[in-house]
Structures are given as structure tokens and as C-alpha cells.
Design a protein around this ligand. Structure first.
Ligand code: GLP
Length: 241
């Protein structure tokens, strides 16, 4: 695992964006795995600038997001489809038909999950996966548990996660208690993984991520056995390394 520690959020955003730009320039038709949450927003902003300056071209890129809330349609302001359009896709030259996010309002969840898994595999798998991390160690919506799912599935969100994500909703009751998320298997199959974390509320979990032990109670710890992971953190998130 490579660990990069920077002074602040702006620096991690810029560094991650540059890594991704270099990657896309080497493989213009690559498949990206994308994440939501506050952490990658700065990186998306930089990528938008680089795209405007024609330093990077997304026209041949495909993307698969990690997850979507169950019950929220893409037009719901708190859905991850809406988030991705607002913060990224609407501002770059990606073909929206090449951007995939699970459908939170699908009728048949099992089918949606297996179709999503198939679509990723048919695209050749994820070349470059961006990850944030929940303060409880969740990646995507793979929550701490005695068992983790390999494949895309309907996940139940922990109260801790619902509380953490309630900052985007009116109150915690409005936060869906389920989400469709890719499983640990698809994340671990990504050829390159870049995990971003910022702020003191991530310090504990970043310490655990790098402690040389694996536990399903800390889903992010699975990354310790992946051959190509970069962890990019600011000083606050790196406080107990
Ligand atoms: C959500 C997302 C995760 C994300 C996490 C951290 O629950 N499903 O993919 O990594 O939140 O979010 P933030 O970056 O806002 O701390």
C-alpha cells in the first residue's frame, strides 16, 4: 500500500486528480469506479478544470459508481445519480450513456444487482477505482459485519452511517436505510485503487486501515491485501499513523 500524506484537502484533491489524469491519458477508454460523499468533490472539481483546459478527455471513458440509495430516483437531490451529475458528469465531456449507477427505484432488486455486476464485467472490470471511507470503515456501502458480500447486493445501512449521512438530508429519518452497493469482490478486482480521506474524524479508521490486520468488522481493511492501492490523506486524517 502506498501512503501519501499532504498538508490539506486541496493538496489531496489535486494529487488524486493528477493521478487520474495520467491514468486516463495512458488509457483513454478506461473504466472508472467512482465514489460519492464529500471527500472526492475537490478531486472532481480539479478534473472539471483539467477537462476544460483539454488536459484530459473523458469522451471514451466509462464509469461505474459504487452505490445508490434504495428508493431514491435519479432526480432526487440526495440520490447519488443526482450528486454525480451535479458535481461531475454535467461539467465534463463524458457521454452520460457511459456512466452507470445502480437504479435505486428498480422493482426487482436482485435483477438490478446481477445486471449491474454483469455490466461491469462486460466492460472489462474496473481499471481505476476511487474510494472514500466511512468513519466505521465502510467502502461503498459495505458496512462492518461478521460477513461481507462479494457481489453487488442490497445493503442495510448502520445507524452510524445514516447519522453521518443525515447532514445531506432534513433529518436522519429521511436517510434511506438500504442501498444497492457493489460488493467487496468487485472492489478488490479493480486494477488500481485510490482511497481518499480528509479530516480528524477519519484519523482512527485510517490508523486501523494500515495496522496490518484484516477484519470484516472493518471492510476497508480488505484493501491491505490488494496489490495496487494508494491511500491519499491529509495531515488530520493521518494523525495516528
Ligand atoms: C457514503 C458513501 C461512501 C463514502 C462515505 C464517506 O456513505 N457510500 O462511498 O466513502 O459516505 O463519505 P464522506 O466522503 O462524505 O466522508
Amino acid at each position: 500500500m502506498e501512503v501519501y500524506v499532504f498538508n490539506n484537502y486541496d493538496e489531496i484533491s489535486n494529487f488524486a486528480a493528477k493521478m487520474l489524469v495520467n491514468f486516463i491519458n495512458e488509457k483513454p477508454d478506461c473504466v472508472l469506479g467512482l465514489a460519492t460523499g464529500e471527500t472526492p468533490v475537490g478531486m472532481y472539481k480539479k478534473l472539471i478544470e483539467y477537462n476544460r483546459e483539454k488536459i484530459v478527455d473523458f469522451s471514451k471513458v466509462k464509469s461505474f459508481n459504487l452505490d445508490e440509495y434504495r428508493g431514491l430516483s435519479g432526480s432526487h437531490p440526495q440520490s447519488y445519480r443526482y450528486f454525480m451529475n451535479e458535481n461531475f458528469f454535467d461539467h465534463i465531456n463524458i457521454d452520460k450513456r457511459n456512466t452507470f449507477i445502480p437504479d435505486g427505484t428498480c422493482e426487482d432488486v436482485e435483477k438490478e444487482c446481477s445486471d449491474y455486476e454483469d455490466k461491469i464485467n462486460e466492460a472489462g472490470g474496473i481499471d481505476f477505482q476511487i474510494l472514500g471511507i466511512g468513519s466505521n470503515g465502510h467502502i461503498g456501502f459495505n458496512e462492518p459485519s461478521s460477513e461481507l458480500y462479494v457481489y453487488t447486493h442490497l445493503a442495510s445501512l448502520t445507524e452510524e452511517t445514516r447519522k453521518a449521512n443525515s447532514r445531506f438530508f432534513k433529518n436522519v429519518e429521511e436517510v434511506p436505510d438500504k442501498a444497492i452497493t457493489v460488493g467487496i469482490g468487485q472492489i478488490m478486482k479493480a486494477r488500481r485503487i485510490v482511497l481518499l480521506a480528509s479530516g480528524s474524524n477519519k484519523a482512527d479508521i485510517i490508523g486501523k486501515l494500515l495496522n496490518g490486520k484484516i477484519s470484516t468488522e472493518n471492510p476497508s481493511s480488505m484493501l491491505e491485501v490488494h496489490p495496487s492501492v494508494a491511500v491519499i490523506v491529509d495531515k488530520e486524517a493521518a494523525a495516528i499513523l
